[in-house]
Write a protein that binds this ligand. Structure first.
Ligand code: ZN
Length: 134
């Protein structure tokens, strides 16, 4: 069901500041966009087919703003590509895994995304991500 790691999400106060590390090593930002549903600006850096997703809050109400307030900047979640996000969520729910989102929403890159609660994944906030392009 899981195809590959799609990206690693990192909570940052400022994408511009955070980018300095990556650009100093020659990496370039693929893509920056604002994701309304999550109240974040997102910068994607492709590293060998897996993205580093820098997440900067655009509002104090953003889940990323709250995460930074609680734990500071840092690794926020790991995201896996799946073929069928609804089937994956239904399977996890049937298995009693706690979900943050029972229904997928539209995330960065116009992908369908949903989060699995860290309680169900050894403390790791886990995102499922499905391409809508095909
Ligand atoms: Zn993500």
């Amino acid at each position: 069901m899981f195809k590959k790691i799609d990206h690693l999400g990192i909570a940052v106060k400022s994408i511009d500041e955070a980018m300095k590390f990556y650009t100093s090593l020659g990496m370039t930002v693929d893509h920056i966009e604002e994701v309304e549903t999550q109240k974040v600006r997102v910068a994607m850096i492709n590293v060998g087919g897996v993205n580093i997703e820098l997440l900067e809050p655009t509002s104090p109400e953003s889940p990323i703003a709250k995460a930074i307030e609680k734990k500071g900047e840092g690794l926020h979640h790991i995201a896996y590509s799946v073929d069928d996000i609804r089937a994956a969520l239904a399977k996890l729910k049937a298995d009693g895994v706690p979900l943050v989102n029972e229904e997928p929403m539209v995330g960065a890159h116009n992908k369908l995304i949903a989060f699995v609660h860290p309680k169900g994944v050894n403390g790791v906030l886990t995102e499922l991500s499905q391409d809508q392009d095909h």
